[in-house]
Ligand binder design. Structure first.
Ligand SMILES: Cc1ncc(COP(=O)(O)O)c(C=O)c1O
Length: 457
């Protein structure tokens, strides 16, 4: 390979062993290189990424059991959409949908339609499209115009909801947040719904603060509204994170298909479903909630199997990994893991609050610790986040959504890999960061001098 002097080339760490000249970064190289050399080059460069276990910003799973890894590797070359060739993978998807529909108390879980998706984002788009089509049908039946659809949701929704509204031409009617109120309730919804509302969106475990909207009360309001005005407005529950927690830890909490108006639910398999990135689920209450126009029927499984997705090809391995978790852990296994995650969440929240430097935005019911700096500090949550980054921790700082944007918070998502020891280490690093920002000498002790036992829970 010829010598390239420009900076848009890579001089690899071990270049003298593998390469006689730099490799272009943005142009395809003219020649080949040995597989070991390519591996080493990329492997080394990726060392610059953040450390996965210290990424407390993401809700996404970072660890699976070796047996799951084995199944993933064995199935990585299967294109999931080729149902004709990979009948059993399609059957496994169907079983997962049925198990999730059962978990969400569908009146007839085996008949509840659904789909695996690339994540909750695709699942939400699909569900909301279904509601848009159903609303159009209703308006057509009444002989009314279907030119001005709207969707009612809180400012606490994930960006994908705004994306849906823009991409699919639906007016977003957004309930603003305010200081101390970061979720929505029935009274908020009542102010914005009308006959053109395709759906009301509600969240179980919001991205910003880990709280939940008043789903049961919104359902009650929509039932009354239907009786009074004849408006048949459905709800979609975004259970991206909460959908694998609430059924195990809060079984009596009503947020799912036990509520009449809840017609569709999404959940991220790759969040607390405990599967690596690339998996979401959309589940409908019953067949009538999914308009036929959106569905392509295939009949090679012995019965009619509805499929609908926004993309076409995707890997099979995440769906198979979800099935592995569902049968391997069962309800009791998921419950134990979620209990442990919540114990660690409460432990961390209590400890950070006790430091006197932070106040909690809310008492966690899901594994999210959202913190505000106590009054009178001369530094910001952004400074704390930056300092923690120097120690490798990835803890995001941000302002809350529209209406509460003056409030700045730090958010820590607790996942299965975050044990009690890590909580102690993080707290020590937070203290050290604040000490430094306050101009005090750090009280932090080197790791080997820190007292305490290892806790496993
Ligand atoms: C409440 C909520 N909805 C939707 C999403 C998008 O999920 P995904 O990343 O699975 O597409 C997220 C992601 O964090 C979320 O928290």
């Amino acid at each position: 390979m010829k010598m390239k002097k420009k900076i848009d080339s890579i001089a690899s760490t071990y270049s003298t062993r593998y390469f006689s000249s730099p490799i272009p970064k943005y142009k395809m190289p003219e020649g080949e290189m040995p597989p070991d050399a390519a591996y080493q080059l990329i492997h080394d460069e990726l060392n610059l990424d953040g450390r996965v276990p210290l990424n407390l910003a993401s809700f996404v799973t970072t660890w699976m059991e070796p047996q799951a890894n084995k199944l993933i590797a064995e199935n990585i070359n299967k294109n999931f959409i080729d149902h004709d060739e990979y009948l059993q993978s399609a059957e496994i998807e169907r079983r997962c949908i049925s198990m999730l529909a059962g978990l969400y108390n569908s009146p007839n879980a085996k008949a509840s339609p659904g789909a695996s998706t690339l994540g909750s984002s695709e699942a939400i788009m699909l569900a909301l499209l279904a509601h848009k089509f159903r609303w159009k049908e209703r308006m057509k039946k009444k002989g009314k115009s279907a030119s001005k659809p709207n969707i009612v949701m809180g400012a606490d929704v994930h960006t994908v909801w705004d994306k849906f509204a823009r991409y699919f031409d639906v007016e977003p009617r957004i309930i603003p947040m305010k200081k101390g109120k970061y979720t929505i309730n029935a009274a908020d919804v009542a102010k914005l719904v009308d006959e053109n509302t395709i759906c009301v969106g509600a969240i179980l475990c919001t991205t910003f603060s880990g709280q939940m909207d008043e789903i049961e009360k919104i359902n009650g309001f929509l039932i009354k509204l239907k009786k009074k005005k004849g408006w048949d407005i459905p709800m979609h529950v975004d259970a991206a994170s909460g959908g694998f927690i609430a059924p195990f830890l809060h079984p009596s909490m009503k947020w799912d298909f036990r509520l009449e108006r809840v017609k569709s639910i999404n959940v991220s398999g790759h969040k607390f479903g405990l599967v690596y990135p690339g998996l979401g689920w959309v589940i409908f209450r019953e067949k009538a909630d999914l308009p036929d126009e959106l569905v392509f029927y295939v009949n090679y499984l012995g019965g009619e199997m509805p499929t609908f997705t926004l993309n076409f090809s995707k890997g099979s391995s995440t769906v198979i990994a979800q099935y592995y978790n569902l049968i391997r852990l069962g309800k009791s296994g998921y419950k134990k893991i979620m209990q442990s995650i919540m114990q660690n969440t409460h432990y961390l929240a209590k400890k950070l609050h006790a430091s006197g430097r932070f106040s909690l935005l809310c008492t966690p019911i899901f594994p999210v610790v959202a913190l505000k700096l106590a009054a009178g500090r001369k530094y910001s949550v952004f400074d704390v986040s930056q300092k923690l980054r120097e120690r490798g921790w990835i803890v995001p700082a941000y302002s809350l959504p529209a209406g509460a944007q003056e409030e700045k918070i730090l958010r820590i998502v607790i996942k299965e890999n975050f044990g009690r020891d890590m909580a102690d280490l993080l707290c020590a690093d937070v203290e050290a960061a604040c000490d430094l920002l306050e101009g005090k000498a750090s009280k932090e002790k080197p790791v080997h001098k820190r007292k305490g036992k290892h806790h496993i829970c």
